[in-house]
Write a protein that binds this ligand. Structure first.
Ligand SMILES: Cc1ncc(C[n+]2csc(CCOP(=O)(O)OP(=O)(O)O)c2C)c(N)n1
Ligand SMILES: [Mg+2]
Length: 342
């Protein structure tokens, strides 16, 4: 998990650098400061479980099933090459260059196709695990959502449906306090978004989204509950959005969010919190703290030396693949848009 935190952070840092170097175009939706939610929740899954990531969760596509060796081509997650080709909008990407970000999925890898309609994947995820149950399966699905999703009608309809049918779908809420320029208190009238669970009669757990082990523990509780047939849960992970909504919003976000709020929200870096826990438990020694200080650094400050070399090598391999991959032929543009009539 510790290494995966570095990988998720490096993905973010490196893409920002690539864009500044003029080697990458398109909007980036940073998951900086929110990596523990992705790493901690995915770690408890079995290979055949499903996930449903959205715009803030790009690393989830390659972190899924990464505990079974991220180089393993047969693992049930996307390869770093597929994800990088997607970000670079190349023909070898799952979206075949129709988009540069998260509008992808894979039935084979058990990843529900992402859409831009906030909360729109929760009913789909509920349907996927319902079908799996009817076919005798025992898979669960984790859906990832911002707290902004919770004000959508479909959020409530889908969780209500999952609750009455006791479907094994776990709604993770990455409460990063902001939905674009809207603060959470204008989105949700209860102090904790997890309180929404009471209305559905399902568990509403709260995790420290900066602490990968707390996220793991809470999501594992929800996974075990769901797998045993008891039904869905909501797991709210408290965190803070490090930058703007996307990089087009960075300058504006520095004005609509007070500097003190940004500093406080970023003070508890998930990499340092994980390292401190590993030190306290004796899994790392003092000598291990001398290297790889990525925490607290923006993309401009962080250097390759701040990350374990295998993390840098893994992502670099994906980026080199994406740079080599061609653009699609122009004729492809209208393919798969309309159903061909015979
Ligand atoms: C139904 C719907 N309404 C509005 C939008 C436009 N939109 C895209 S992301 C976003 C903010 C999302 O905030 P949140 O759910 O908190 O996720 P975060 O970006 O903070 O991770 C909005 C309003 C949308 N994609 N879908
Ligand atoms: Mg948000």
């Amino acid at each position: 998990m510790f290494k995966q935190l570095y990988l998720a952070r490096y993905f973010d840092v490196r893409l920002i650098k690539e864009k500044r170097l003029g080697r990458l175009t398109g909007t980036l939706y940073s998951s900086h400061n929110q990596e523990a939610i992705l790493v901690g929740s995915l770690f408890g899954l079995q290979s055949t479980d499903w996930i449903s990531p959205i715009h803030r969760d790009m690393p989830a596509f390659f972190l899924k099933d990464s505990k079974f060796n991220w180089e393993n081509p047969d693992r049930m997650g996307m390869s770093i090459e597929e994800v990088c080709a997607q970000v670079w909008g190349k023909v070898d990407s799952p979206g075949r260059a129709r988009d540069n970000w998260s509008h992808i999925g894979s039935r084979k890898k058990h990843i529900v196709h992402s859409t831009s309609m906030l909360a729109g994947t929760i009913p789909v995820a509920a349907g996927v695990v319902y079908a799996d149950r009817l076919n005798g399966g025992n898979a669960v699905c984790l859906t990832f959502n911002g707290e902004g999703s919770t004000a959508q009608g479909i959020f409530h309809e889908a969780i209500n449906y999952a609750a009455v049918r006791k479907l094994p779908v776990i709604t993770i809420i990455e409460n990063n306090q902001w939905a674009y320029g809207t603060p959470v208190d204008l989105e949700c009238p209860t102090p904790d978004v997890a309180d929404r669970a009471k209305g559905f009669g399902i568990p509403g757990l709260i995790a420290d989204g900066q602490d990968v082990f707390d996220v793991y523990d809470k999501v594992m509780m929800a996974i075990e509950y769901a797998r045993s047939g008891k039904g869905p849960s909501i797991v709210e992970c408290k965190t803070f959005r490090a930058y703007g909504h996307g990089d087009h919003d960075d300058d504006r976000a520095n004005r609509y969010r007070p500097q003190e709020e940004i500093a406080a929200g970023r003070a508890r870096d998930p990499i340092s919190i994980c390292r401190n826990t590993l030190l306290a438990l004796g899994h790392l020694g003092p000598e291990d703290t001398e290297t790889f200080h990525a925490e607290g650094k923006n993309a401009t400050e962080a250097k390759n030396d701040d990350f374990p070399p295998e993390v840098v090598a893994y992502l670099s391999k994906g980026i080199e693949f994406a740079l080599r991959s061609p653009l699609p032929d122009a004729e492809e543009a209208a393919m798969w848009v309309f159903k061909e009539s015979k």
